[in-house]
Design a protein around this ligand. Structure first.
Ligand code: AMP
Length: 394
């Protein structure tokens, strides 16, 4: 096999797999891989790493540390990433020695909002009207008025609503651009969103694509708060179109691995692609408990060249994100544990905590999936869980 080529099936046993990045997505990948009998090495500089704590080995080094990358490549049969902002150069170096998925080129597209939007347009997938704002001159251009009111987003390194500001009037644009650090940005027209959904597809080395059911997502302050599956307010035809678009993007990117595409659903039912994540996604966490093949199983199967089978949703599910805010009662700076017994008493409650010792407001500490026989039952028990935790209803 040539370096970086598709792996022949890497059977479990003594096989070591590698992950770049040490967060909760890596941790859940480690769990899936280990359940199948693989061993996993995580490369992550942070000593307190959710994935590192679960892995068989933890290389504590920067993602750009050449010696550490070579050690990862040397010790692993294939390498994946759990974090889209790993430098593409690190993935390329690894790919010179070992099969890597997703490919560096695809990750590089997803790292940059303008490249991502170009990819949407080239694949015939609608996206929000937008323009590059990369200089003071562009920030002062009267032509930007056509995109207002809008959102100015940094072209790279934005996540969970960070790195973006609302812009109402042309006169506010130069200040907004300066407030974001004067870095390359994208100005997007603000759309009237009816709903938000996401689609997770997995594409194998042979081009086979499978997908999870469409997720309906609710964000609060730019951060995913609730995912519901089946999507309660989205008709099957719209779901089908979203899946087709996600699959066509995976094809356009020559993708291997798990890809999440987030869409806006507008009032007239039309779909607009917002962004892509070249990895499992927070909106797919429910699949661990509600599907017979989870998004992390799919990541493993695509990485190791194992057979891909279409996941089946065996239970309706609602996922509630558990942010660090839940660890603080009003007016107190002293963290306390949320009332886990109250939620674990509920039928179909699956608690996932990521092993992070330091709760902070806005930090993803874990998630709770509520499964039930149908969507109304899952929603009803999720509302009880939300009330028990002090989360708003949805
Ligand atoms: P993003 O970081 O691009 O995923 O944006 C975070 C959230 O902001 C999205 O999930 C939407 O709720 C909202 N948002 C982003 N872009 C737009 C847009 N062009 N129009 C309306 N809402 C948006």
């Amino acid at each position: 096999m040539t370096a970086g080529a598709a792996p022949v099936p890497l059977w479990p046993g003594r096989t070591m797999l590698g992950v770049l990045g040490g967060g909760q997505l890596g941790r859940m990948f480690v769990h899936a891989a280990q359940a199948h009998g693989y061993r996993v090495t995580v490369l992550e500089p942070d000593v307190a790493s959710p994935a590192g704590a679960a892995a068989d080995a933890h290389l504590r080094a920067a993602y750009t540390d050449v010696a550490a990358l070579d050690a990862l490549a040397g010790g692993c049969a294939a390498v994946t990433t759990e974090f889209e902002n790993v430098p593409a150069s690190a993935l390329r170096r690894l790919a010179g020695a070992v099969p890597v998925s997703p490919p560096a080129d695809a990750v590089e597209v997803c790292q940059h909002r303008l490249r991502e939007k170009r990819c949407f347009v080239d694949a015939g997938v609608p996206c929000a009207p937008h323009a590059s704002v990369a200089s003071a001159q562009e920030a002062a251009s009267p032509a930007m008025a056509a995109l207002l009111p809008g959102l100015l987003k940094t072209a790279s390194l934005g996540y969970d609503g960070k790195g973006q500001v609302a812009v109402a009037a042309l006169a506010d644009l130069p200040g907004a651009w300066a407030a974001l650090g004067g870095v390359p940005c994208v100005l997007e027209g603000r759309l009237a969103l009816h709903r938000e959904i996401s689609v997770i597809v997995a594409r194998g080395h042979d081009g086979q694509v499978v997908h999870l059911p469409v997720q309906q997502n609710l964000h609060r302050e730019g951060i995913l708060a609730v995912t519901q599956v089946p999507a309660p307010d989205i008709d099957p035809a719209t779901c089908g179109r979203a899946v087709e678009m996600a699959a066509s993007l995976a094809l356009a990117l020559h993708y291997v691995g798990v890809l999440c595409v987030e869409f806006f659903v507008l009032e007239d039912g039309s779909l607009v692609a917002n962004e892509m994540a070249p990895r499992p996604h927070n909106s797919g966490h429910y699949s661990i408990d509600a599907c017979d093949v989870s998004q992390f199983d799919l990541q493993l199967r695509t990485l190791a060249g194992l057979p891909l089978v279409a996941p089946r949703l065996h239970s309706a599910a609602v996922m509630l994100n558990l942010l660090g805010d839940l660890w603080f009662s009003a007016g107190s700076a002293e963290p306390r544990s949320p009332d886990w017994p109250a939620v674990l008493r509920l039928p179909g409650a699956h608690l996932h905590l990521y092993g992070k010792t330091e709760p902070r407001r806005g930090r993803k500490m874990g998630h709770l999936t509520l499964t039930a026989v149908d969507a109304p039952a899952a929603r009803a028990v999720a509302l009880q869980a939300a009330a028990a935790l002090g989360l708003p209803a949805f």
